[in-house]
Structures are given as structure tokens and as C-alpha cells.
Design a protein around this ligand. Structure first.
Ligand code: FMN
Length: 312
């Protein structure tokens, strides 16, 4: 017998049929008359994280919301990550109440400033000065030919036909794949990420529980007296040299490795071994090396570390 009950899956299952921990962000966009709109969102997650030419987020939103319409028109938005104070979340819930932008924004008092991506572009929205980090984004409207959708086509929702993953995806729904143009980070957290994060360096993030009822949004604050817990990543298991030699001998006809070179890879997790060996072979070919030694691996590692530092 199962220890679980089988709960019916209904619309908005992440709010109605589950507890689903999510971020809370306030998305700024530019209205048609040039004014600023800020709407609250939780369904906003990393989408392209590596291996593509750009990094991207995905936002799931009501297609006739101010945010949804503004992204459709301008292709620009800023994802502002707010902190967890009661007053801040209260304002986020107010900004999350559906209605005309003008009505809610007349009482909007949060400080705003220009971002760092194209500061002279009038369609680049201002960002929230109190956010601990901001992603400035551009909608990838060419994906799934989502440029075909027009604001004028949305009346009581959109009648279709719908896209599957980018643009207007159902009568009232939209998914926006948002390229990240800039990550803006408050200095304290910037320094922590660049110089090494300690327990004291985490922003006070709100966690939206997902679940809500007709009267309340539920969220929790960053614990005030406890610090984040560091849970060590398991130590890499050492693989025996024989199996690394087996893989290395099959990577390339002309480039080979010495045993000393291969000893550097005993802690490389198995799924990444081929990639690492291929990287060494590519370097060897560029440098006319046919036998990769321990020395060469050290040079390759130094080069990789330098490139990583430069990307930071
Ligand atoms: C904490 C919080 C999270 C929300 N998350 C979402 C979401 O992920 N997607 C969505 O469509 N609406 C979400 N809403 C509701 C929107 O904020 C609401 O539709 C609002 O009208 C959007 O503002 P806008 O029309 O100015 O864009 C959320 C509201 C709150 C308070």
C-alpha cells in the first residue's frame, strides 16, 4: 500500500494541488505610453544554462497581463529579485493584482534606476534599486516564429493557433524565452561571488510556497537567526588508471597520453571524462603535440582556469 494519497491534478496545479517552492521576482517593462510597469512573478526559471550561444530564462505568464503585452511589443524586460521583508512582499502582492498598469503604478514608491544594458534605449525598463540582483533580458521572439504574434490579436485572450513553448501558448497563457543580456548584482554579493561566498553572504530571499488559496499568497522569509547550511558535495571517487587509459587510447589516432598525464584525471566524474580528454586532444593538435604529458595537462588546466577567471 502506498504511503501517499493520489491528489487530483487541476489547472494551476503548482498553486492548487501542491507546495512548490519558487522565487518571487518583480518584472519591469515599458508600457506603450513609455511609463514603467512592474508585475510580480514566480514562474520564472533558468532555461538555457550552457551549451547554447546565449543564456536564457523562461517566464510563464498571463498573455493579457501588462507584463505579457509589454514583452510582446517591446521584447524587453528586467527581472528584479526582491528581498523578503514583509512590506516588500506586501507590495509585491499588490503589484500582482490584475488590472490596468496606470491604476497600480500611481501608488508605486520603490526607487528605480537605469540598468546597464543599452541605457539609452527607451524600451529598456528601469530596474528596482532595492533588488539584490537583476537580469536584464531580451525576448527570443524568433524561436518558434513567435514574432507572428501581435498585441492587437489579444482581446479576450488569444484565439489561436498557439505555439508550444515560446510566445502565446494557450488562450490566456504565454511563455517567454528571455535571453539574459546582463546580470546586475549588488556590490556585497558581487564581491562574495567573485572572492568566495561564506555563510554571511547570502541575500534574504523570499520563497513562494506555490500553494495559494482565494485569500492568501503564502511565502517564507530567509531564516533570521540561522545561516545557510553548507552541504559538501561528495568527494569525487577515484577511477583506476586502467579505465582512463582505455578511454584515452580510443580518443584519437595520433594523439596519445603518458600515464603521468592520465593520473590528473582520476577524480574526473565518469560522464565528463571524454569531454576532458577531447579538450586535451584539441589543445595538442593546436600545438603540434602528439604525446600529452603531465606538464601539458598543467598548461591546459592553467589555460582553462584563466579563461574561467576572465568570464567572471
Ligand atoms: C508572488 C506572486 C507570484 C506570481 N506569479 C505569477 C506567475 O508566475 N505567472 C503569472 O502569470 N502570474 C503570476 N502572478 C500574478 C500576476 O502578478 C498578475 O497576473 C498581475 O496582474 C501581473 O501584473 P501585470 O499585469 O502588471 O504584469 C503572481 C502574483 C504574485 C503576488
Amino acid at each position: 500500500m502506498s504511503s501517499f494519497k493520489d491528489l487530483r491534478i487541476v489547472d494551476n496545479f503548482y498553486q492548487t494541488s501542491s507546495f512548490f517552492p519558487m522565487p518571487t521576482v518583480c518584472i519591469s517593462t515599458v508600457n506603450e505610453d513609455g511609463s514603467l510597469n512592474v508585475g510580480s512573478y514566480s514562474l520564472c526559471f533558468p532555461y538555457y544554462i550552457a551549451g547554447k550561444d546565449r543564456y536564457a530564462m523562461v517566464l510563464e505568464c498571463r498573455n493579457n497581463s501588462n507584463t505579457g503585452l509589454n514583452i510582446l511589443r517591446t521584447g524587453k524586460c528586467a527581472i528584479n529579485f526582491i528581498t523578503d521583508e514583509r512590506a516588500t512582499f506586501k507590495e509585491a502582492v499588490r503589484l500582482g493584482y490584475p488590472g490596468p498598469s496606470k491604476e497600480k503604478m500611481k501608488d508605486f514608491k520603490w526607487p528605480v534606476e537605469k540598468g546597464l544594458a543599452d541605457p539609452n534605449d527607451p524600451e529598456r525598463p528601469l530596474v528596482l534599486s532595492d533588488a539584490f540582483q537583476v537580469f536584464e533580458c531580451t525576448w527570443a521572439r524568433h524561436l518558434e516564429h513567435a514574432e507572428r504574434f501581435k498585441v492587437e490579436d489579444i482581446d479576450d485572450g488569444y484565439a489561436g493557433p498557439y505555439n508550444d513553448f515560446n510566445g502565446l501558448t494557450s488562450k490566456y497563457g504565454a511563455h517567454y524565452i528571455l535571453y539574459i543580456d546582463k546580470i546586475l548584482m549588488k556590490e556585497k554579493y558581487y564581491n562574495a561571488i567573485v572572492n568566495g561566498v561564506t555563510k554571511k553572504d547570502f541575500p534574504n530571499v523570499p520563497v513562494d510556497y506555490g500553494y495559494r488559496d482565494s485569500t492568501n499568497f503564502w511565502y517564507t522569509q530567509f531564516p533570521r537567526f540561522k545561516k545557510p547550511i553548507a552541504e559538501p558535495i561528495p568527494a569525487p571517487k577515484e577511477v583506476d588508471l586502467g579505465s582512463i587509459r582505455f578511454a584515452a587510447d580510443r580518443i584519437d589516432d595520433t594523439v596519445k597520453f603518458t600515464d603521468d598525464a592520465l593520473k590528473n584525471f582520476v577524480k574526473v566524474p565518469r560522464p565528463f571524462l571524454k569531454t576532458v580528454l577531447n579538450g586535451c586532444v584539441a589543445w595538442a593538435k593546436e600545438n603540434n603535440v602528439t604525446l600529452i604529458t603531465d606538464e601539458h595537462v598543467k598548461i591546459i588546466n592553467d589555460k582553462r582556469n584563466k579563461e574561467k577567471q576572465e568570464r567572471k
